[in-house]
Design a binder for this molecule. Structure first.
Ligand code: BGC
Length: 408
């Protein structure tokens, strides 16, 4: 059992613009959060005001000994109108990259993390191939402005999540009141309603993959040496006896297709939270006796090792853990989660897997999409009334690991 990580290993935390910045008013999510029959528990509002407080937030991450920070730049701020780029927004993210580097944190940038500009939805959203071109155009502009300060780029966060949502969680909702209101607010029809999260069709899957490939080309045209990858939501998909065929079918739909699309990339970002068990009839819920997290899924920290191995086998490129963590109010559980998870990453390294970094989700308690601010994934707590930050004990442990570059 090894506990040492390779030299140059990236240790960091991750956030996403919409979940932490606040007032992302030109985005499709902002519109959806404010409908009379919204499916969001609450609007994102000021979030944790990371848009203004990033210098002090980065100082905290530096104090914790991390050497990298994965954050996203917001398409809706950078291109609030089709084809009109905001220099002020690009300059803002340039200052963020500079501050990140000044705090010893190599910026790993995500160009798309669930939210898109409102105008994309009125153009047919992620069902329309034209969005792949528009996303690539935006990726080129961002790289032109920030590429010299960037360590690596994740084009699209969790390319497979819309398909996963459609197959596992969401009913077909064109008739739904929320979809009707959202379609109207975003100037489209319920039938054509396809913001990223709601773009679960096979056609949208192909648009998303094309958007990644075209963006990669646009980024490489600006900076050939900048490492580019996508990220993918991966649970450890386990088969009970008799469940192999069903597990394999789902794994092909939800993981293989996307991992195969990443074979020419510089890395794959693996994002893992739990496992899922399959029987002959399909997905089984949490196993009796296994604890669950705030999200309702099993506490299964060893899943990260299994998903890294699977991603490596199918994609055959270097890997980065771009998200891993737990939503819980019990920080002792968080600590236990990270201890087991990191041991399984260390075991993968010992077995020869090329894992380049580990980013905990998340740096701060933040806006957990439809669930609002209730789930708490942060290593750092935030009192949103005062915006005061408090480092949790689990962060202190991870800090020691990052500083020592070995499990302690
Ligand atoms: C997403 C994050 C989210 C996290 C925890 C991932 O699917 O990339 O935005 O907050 O999981 O649920």
């Amino acid at each position: 059992m090894s506990n040492v990580f390779p030299e140059g290993f990236l240790w960091g935390t991750a956030t996403a613009a919409h979940q932490v910045e606040g007032n992302n008013t030109h985005s499709d999510f902002w519109a959806m959060e404010h409908l009379p029959d919204t499916v969001f528990a609450e609007p994102s509002g000021d979030a944790i005001d990371h848009y203004h407080r990033y210098p002090e937030d980065m100082a905290l991450l530096q104090e914790l000994g991390f050497n990298s920070y994965r954050f996203s730049v917001e398409w809706a701020r950078i291109e609030p109108e089709d084809g009109r780029f905001s220099t002020a927004a690009l300059d803002h993210y340039r200052r963020m990259c500079e501050a990140s580097l000044a705090h010893g944190l190599k910026p790993v940038l995500t160009y798309h993390h669930f939210t898109s500009p409102r105008w994309t939805v009125s153009q047919g959203g992620w069902n329309n191939m034209v969005i792949a071109e528009k996303f690539a155009r935006y990726a080129g502009v961002v790289t032109q402005h920030l590429g010299d300060l960037t360590e690596a780029v994740c084009t699209i966060n969790e390319v497979n999540i819309p398909r996963m949502a459609a197959m596992l969680w969401m009913a077909d909702g064109a008739g739904d009141t929320f979809v009707q209101q959202a379609a109207q607010a975003l100037h489209t029809t319920p039938e054509q309603f396809a913001p990223f999260m709601f773009a679960g069709s096979v056609q949208a899957r192909d648009v998303i993959i094309a958007a990644h490939h075209q963006a990669r080309a646009a980024i490489k045209a600006e900076r050939p040496s900048l490492p580019v990858g996508l990220t993918i939501a991966m649970s450890d998909m386990q088969a009970l006896p008799g469940g192999e065929a069903e597990r394999d079918r789902m794994r092909w739909e939800l993981q293989d297709v996307f991992l195969e699309a990443a074979r020419e990339d510089d890395f794959v970002g693996v994002q893992t939270y739990t496992r899922e068990r399959y029987g002959a009839e399909g997905g089984l819920g949490p196993e009796e006796g296994v604890a669950t997290t705030q999200m309702g899924y099993e506490f299964w920290p060893q899943a990260i090792g299994a998903t890294l191995r699977y991603a490596s086998e199918v994609a055959g490129v270097p890997l980065m853990v771009t998200e891993n963590g737990i939503g819980t109010t019990d920080d002792g559980r968080r600590l236990a989660y990270y201890q087991t998870a990191l041991q399984s990453v260390a075991d993968c390294l010992q077995d020869g897997l090329d894992v380049r970094g580990y980013f905990a989700w998340s740096a701060f308690d933040n806006f957990e999409w439809m669930l609002g601010y209730r789930p708490t994934f942060g290593l750092i707590a935030v009192d949103r009334a005062t915006q005061q930050r408090t480092i949790k004990p689990s962060a202190r442990w991870l800090s020691q690991v990052a500083k020592a570059n070995r499990l302690v």
